[in-house]
Design a protein. Structure first.
Ligand SMILES: Nc1ncnc2c1ncn2[C@@H]1O[C@H](COP(=O)(O)OP(=O)(O)OP(=O)(O)O)[C@@H](O)[C@H]1O
Ligand SMILES: [Mg+2]
Lengths: 148, 116
């Protein structure tokens, strides 16, 4: 069965936690391990934080869009996080470990590297002045899934 | 969704125990408080205990790296203690284990500093 959800929220840092727990609850049917759960929460937090601090430059009037789908038969989980913010000029540079455009905010430049490492696939689409969409995929094993 | 911390001063070392969630939302407050504590209490060495931390993302890496730089200018050493597997992977990826020592307990860090 394929399940879908979507939500949108203000670009307010308070909503980073909201996005994490919502997505954590959404993947529960796959009975993720604690480590898988923590990793999914981390990638969500990275993408949402980027939309808020880079995409909208902390302007809470911006709206962050999140949608996810989960196929409980195949174990395929997909999530998309989108902003209509400033966009990324050079995605190849942005993806590099330790690259940050905001060192003065004590960012480590590890967000995209973490998203890549904690998921099975990361796609970034971006247009300057129009915004950024981050798509992530993760495959859960269906072996020990209980019936929900 | 919040972050709490308590701390204990041992000589010129500060043990900080974090509890809760360390993300962009909670990191700004932690950064301000730690920066001030290190200055006003004349701290040289910092031990960050992550044993009770439920969540941390790259915002946490940024705060820790920032405090490492602050401690370095004071000729001190920095330790992180009780790191979870997921947070450990993030430290590994960022190369932070090359500059910050990871220990199993606060005592181990204090022994290493000769403060215990
Ligand atoms: N949604 C976005 N809109 C605009 N620019 C972005 C967006 N996401 C990322 N970027 C750009 O890509 C760079 C790299 O992002 P990444 O998440 O890897 O590092 P960071 O956010 O700067 O630091 P960290 O995630 O470690 O706190 C950012 O510094 C920013 O310039
Ligand atoms: Mg980031």
């Amino acid at each position: 069965m394929k399940n879908e959800m979507s939500m949108q929220f203000s670009a307010n840092s308070l909503n980073e936690g909201l996005a994490r727990i919502t997505v954590a609850a959404f993947i529960m049917p796959m009975d993720p391990t604690l480590e898988q759960l923590t990793e999914i929460k981390t990638v969500v937090s990275e993408a949402v934080t980027n939309a808020i601090i880079h995409g909208y430059e902390n302007n809470p009037e911006g709206i962050v869009y999140l949608s996810a789908s989960l196929d409980t038969e195949t174990g395929k989980f997909e999530i998309e996080i989108r902003d209509n913010g400033c966009g990324i000029e050079n995605i190849d540079i942005a993806r590099q470990p330790l690259y940050t455009s905001k060192p003065e905010l004590e960012r480590s430049g590890m967000g995209f590297t973490i998203m890549e490492s904690f998921s099975d696939s990361l796609t970034i689409e971006s247009n300057v002045n129009y915004g950024t969409t981050v798509k992530l995929e993760k495959h859960f094993s269906t072996n020990n899934a209980f019936i929900h | 969704m919040s972050l709490f911390f308590d701390y204990e001063k041992k000589g010129n070392a500060l043990c900080v125990r974090l509890k809760g969630e360390l993300d962009h939302h909670t990191s700004n407050d932690l950064r301000d408080k730690l920066t001030t504590l290190i200055e006003t209490e004349d701290i040289h060495h910092l031990i960050l205990n992550l044993g009770q931390l439920d969540f941390m993302d790259s915002s946490g890496l940024g705060v820790i790296l920032g405090r490492y730089n602050q401690i370095k200018t004071r000729n001190g050493e920095m330790f992180i203690c009780s790191v979870s597997p997921t947070v450990g992977k993030m430290f590994e990826m960022s190369g932070m284990y090359k500059i910050i020592r990871s220990v199993n307990s606060e005592e181990e860090a204090l022994l290493g500093l000769g403060v215990a």
